[in-house]
Design a protein around this ligand. Structure first.
Ligand code: TXE
Length: 483
């Protein structure tokens, strides 16, 4: 049994109320540890620690903070295999994926922002003829809250914490209660790296208890959140009347627009990944697949043939493509959409969607990847975020109809366009309602680029200097130097 503790003021502690929550391994369905079921008191203690640490941390040099973050990055890399195993065990994702993507990216997040803060600059405006100069200070906000989800646990947790710390803030962070393990390992590494006490505090527990306490605490001045749209709405309802700065990265229902003139083989193999990587539990997965009419039947046959070859199994095995879904609650939700597809006249399940019982792990949360053909885009299977290994396919006649289908969604996170026509890719990129467009590629990320969505996919942008701008307050200073 692994006992996870809070990291407050540089010390490891259980919750003050002594309560805990079971931590379940989704690959086996067994409890394998506990996490603190913290409450307002623990958040209050974390805020006090952050308050005490803020003056020294915010006045430290960029160089000092940069070196500390680089040290944390290096320690994550040195412990990569332990982190990857912990992530796979907590989340159900294939170990090879955690080893190749999640943990290296967490280390990159620290390295990237350690370097970015040394290059971050602010504006100055010379008012000619008036002998004044305006310059903008970029000061740390103070105490900030970072709340992250379960799908890419350490990857998204560090994507928020690293820029917040680099900019000189003190952080109260809460990982998802469903996948707390790598955040706990990170707290141990921060201690080893010599991060001053109270600069980063990690409080574990439920969203409606710890998360809510962070969001409503008057001394927490900004909230960076990634998770479900409904949760984002609840957070905004609490934080907006308190005039907190908010960055919300929410749900997605991303379209893939596939034209007949694309590089077919590249499109096919990438579309398999964009559909089912991490069991479809990535906010950037392309779950609505629209294919130009002339290649629709061929795509359908080839795609299903490839989907049939995907192997579902225990995440520790190298040859597994899909591991376990994250929780019983989540697989039940995903299966409810499959049940709906079985009864809806507009939907036909072409392949998969069955719960899989592995001989050695009969209580694990496994299912076969699912492909559904839809007749009508307004069907809830194409309008609601399923967030599992389920994609819907539909044909379109021409560019105009393809674009209309892609934009017919309350979400607007990302879109992938497959075409060899450069003019078309530009036309569509301008008209797609999304924060991120990929042309002939998917999940190709440069950490300097703005990341975020429109419509119900969120508010604000993360990434590069956008994140450093979010985690700093601009203050303009006007200096009159007239003789
Ligand atoms: O997310 P939640 P859930 C979507 C996906 C999924 C649905 C719900 O469709 O099925 O959201 O997932 C914390 N105040 N995505 O319930 O609740 C919570 O503890 C403050 C998409 O797991 O949004 C966790 O740390 N915090 C998404 C974090 O919020 C609160 C990734 C996210 O949990 C809180 C995950 C509250 N009132 C789910 N309530 C993506 N697009 O990346 C919860 N939390």
């Amino acid at each position: 049994m692994k006992t996870i503790e809070n990291y407050i003021n540089g010390s490891f502690k259980p919750s003050t109320n002594g309560e805990s929550i079971n931590n379940i391994n989704p690959a086996t369905g067994d409890v394998y540890g506990t996490i603190p079921r913290s409450d307002k008191t623990d958040v209050e203690n974390a805020v006090k620690a952050a308050e005490n640490a803020f003056s020294e941390w915010s006045n430290s040099s960029q160089d000092y903070r940069s070196r500390l973050l680089l040290k944390i990055s290096n320690l994550i890399e040195e412990n990569l295999s332990d982190f990857a195993l912990a992530e796979s065990m907590d989340n159900g994702k294939p170990l090879h994926l955690a080893t190749a993507i999640d943990i290296p990216r967490a280390a990159s997040n620290f390295r990237f922002f350690a370097n970015a803060i040394t290059q971050f600059s602010s504006d100055s405006h010379e008012s000619q003829g008036r002998d004044t100069i305006n310059f903008t200070l970029r000061q740390p906000i103070g105490i900030v809250g970072c709340i992250s989800p379960w799908n890419l646990p350490l990857y998204l947790f560090t994507w928020k914490i690293a820029p917040a710390l680099a900019a000189g803030n003190c952080v109260i962070a809460k990982p998802s209660e469903v996948t707390p393990m790598t955040a706990y390992l990170l707290s141990q590494i921060c201690k080893d790296a010599g991060l001053p006490d109270g600069v980063l505090n990690i409080v574990h527990g439920y969203g409606h208890e710890v998360g809510q306490a962070i969001v409503e605490h008057p001394k927490v001045k900004a909230i960076s959140f990634t998770g479900g749209t409904a949760t984002g709405k609840a957070i905004a309802a609490t934080a907006a009347p308190m005039f907190k700065k908010l960055s919300l990265e929410l749900g997605g229902k991303n379209p893939n627009l596939i034209f007949a003139d694309c590089d077919y083989e590249k499109m096919l193999s990438t579309t398999i990944k964009s559909s089912f990587a991490n069991q479809g539990q990535i906010c950037l997965c392309g779950s609505r697949i629209y294919v130009e009419e002339s290649i629709y039947e061929k795509f359908k046959a080839d795609f299903i043939e490839k989907v049939k070859q995907l192997k579902v199994g225990h995440p520790v095995h190298d040859n597994v493509n899909l591991g376990a879904l994250v929780s019983e609650q989540h697989i039940t939700k995903v299966q409810s959409y499959i049940d709906y597809a079985k009864t809806d006249a507009d939907a036909e399940i072409l392949y998969g969607g069955e719960r899989v019982t592995l001989n050695d792990y009969p209580k694990g949360y496994y299912m076969t990847p699912c492909v559904i053909e839809l007749k009508d885009n307004s069907c809830k299977l194409n309008q609601e975020e399923i967030f599992g290994p389920v994609v819907c396919i539909m044909p379109f006649k021409d560019e105009k109809q393809g674009l209309a289908l892609a934009n017919d969604s309350r979400y607007g996170l990302s879109c992938t366009i497959w075409t060899s026509d450069l003019n078309r890719s530009m036309r569509l990129s301008q008209q797609i309602q999304a924060g991120i467009v990929w042309v002939n590629t998917w999940l190709n990320r440069d950490l300097r680029t703005p990341f975020g969505g429109v419509k119900q996919s969120g508010v604000g942008r993360e990434g590069g200097f956008e994140a450093l701008r979010f985690f700093t307050e601009p203050k303009n200073v006007c200096l009159d130097f007239a003789p």
